[in-house]
Write a protein that binds this ligand. Structure first.
Ligand SMILES: [Zn+2]
Length: 415
């Protein structure tokens, strides 16, 4: 009787040995190297095919997020620009800020985002208004990821900057005045926005978004007083051989001087309401390829996303493929049916101070800080509701193009 149990026992041992061998074999395989993009102009950049290639790749649908990549030390490269001459510095000691400027805090332009507008998933029509956006102004946000990251397997992303304001303050963009827009209302008198705004109380610390050298610190930047007290930084790293700069405007105080070398996160000023403002905030710009007003790009494609969030970039075009200006784009959570974000497409006024699309994405709208998940992105093009379903992946850009469906070619009726 006892011998009958021998064969199963031997089989059990053999299976166990096989399993152990498999584990050993798996661990002996080489670990796939993490792909990382070092923000330097020496870095080769992939894909010159533009957005057509992006659409073909269907990026954003089946992407697998990589682990968070730790920051990479970038050796300091001396700037090639001549030092700024007359800087017209207007330093205000931080101690004086409260006495002089605090009474104006009540005038702050607060992003008012009422509660979510319920909308049953799968319904055809959705009331699209900028007011249906969720996320109240001071809601807690997860911490940002650690820059630089580029999780896009084709290396198209460049989330290389930290946010210029701390996470316990408002460090996301005012949604009602996005990059490339004239403000929250049609026929709004605002100038086309070459940056993004982060409303915060006077005195909130403003930090360098990346390492670099201060080129300007004070009032009268580029002969305009619209910016109030501003800090302009040329960064140690460029993009595709082009210099990369950031601007921080409307400061109540500047804490740096021209020529000063700063690291990412160094305090460079305090939030204020100097210059042309309707309330205290920091106006943040990214300028690529030059330092002029016409060299700006959407900062939302350069600031590292929050943990657990990604970015939607896209194009709204007409049936012939032409970019459409100032069109409302709405983002709806596919699972809950709730509208979670809205923005408007860039307005191009055909001047040298135009806003610009990313060299690779060629987008005309960006929605940032979108929690990972599936979304419907919606626009109205010539009265036609156009939408696409996309998946948002942490730390990457998901690209979508919205264009009207071509009318079906009439088919001859069967006899
Ligand atoms: Zn602004």
């Amino acid at each position: 009787m006892r011998r009958q149990g021998g064969l199963p026992a031997i089989l059990l041992v053999l299976v166990a040995m096989g399993g152990f061998g498999f584990v050993v074999w798996r661990n002996a395989q080489p670990v796939p190297a993490l792909r990382t993009i070092i923000p330097t102009e020496q870095q080769p950049t992939a894909d010159a095919g533009g957005w057509q290639a992006i659409l073909r790749a269907g990026f954003g649908s089946n992407s697998t997020p990589l682990p968070t990549i730790p920051p990479i030390g970038t050796p300091f490269v001396p700037p090639t620009l001549p030092p700024a001459g007359d800087t017209n510095l207007i330093p205000i000691p931080p101690a004086d800020v409260s006495a002089d400027l605090r009474p104006t805090i009540n005038a702050i332009v607060t992003p008012t985002r009422p509660g979510p507008t319920p909308s049953p998933a799968g319904t055809e029509e959705l009331a699209i208004t900028a007011q249906s956006v969720t996320r109240p102004p001071s809601v807690w946000q997860p911490p940002p990821l650690i820059p630089p990251i580029s999780r896009d397997p084709l290396g198209r992303d460049h989330y290389w900057f930290i946010r210029p304001v701390d996470s316990n303050a408002t460090n996301f963009a005012l949604f009602s005045y996005p990059y490339g827009s004239r403000g929250p209302l049609k026929d709004n008198p605002y100038r086309i926005h070459n940056g993004i705004d982060m409303p915060n109380p006077v005195g909130q610390t403003v930090r360098a978004a990346g390492s670099g050298t201060v080129v300007w610190a004070g009032g009268g930047f580029q002969n305009t007083f619209s910016y109030g007290n501003a800090v302009f930084i040329e960064h140690d790293f460029g993009y595709r051989g082009q210099p990369l700069n950031t601007l921080y405007a409307h400061l109540s105080a500047v804490l740096v001087t021209p020529g000063q070398v700063v690291n990412a996160g160094d305090p460079i000023g305090l939030v204020g309401n100097t210059g042309r403002v309707s309330g205290p905030h920091v106006h943040f710009e990214v300028r690529l390829g030059g330092q002029r007003y016409g060299d700006t790009y959407n900062p939302l494609l350069w600031m590292v996303p929050y943990v657990g969030t990604g970015v939607i970039a896209g194009r709204v075009v007409d049936a012939r493929g032409n970019l459409l200006d100032d069109e409302l784009v709405t983002v709806r959570d596919w699972r809950t049916g709730l509208v979670t974000d809205s923005t408007t497409t860039y307005i191009y006024d055909d001047t040298p101070t135009d806003v610009n699309a990313d060299p690779l994405w060629q987008e005309n709208f960006v929605v940032a800080d979108v929690p990972v998940g599936r979304y419907e992105v919606i626009a109205n093009v010539d009265g036609q509701r156009v939408s696409k379903i996309i998946d948002v992946v942490e730390g990457t850009t998901s690209f979508v193009e919205l264009s009207p469906v071509q009318p079906a070619t009439p088919q001859p009726a069967n006899p």
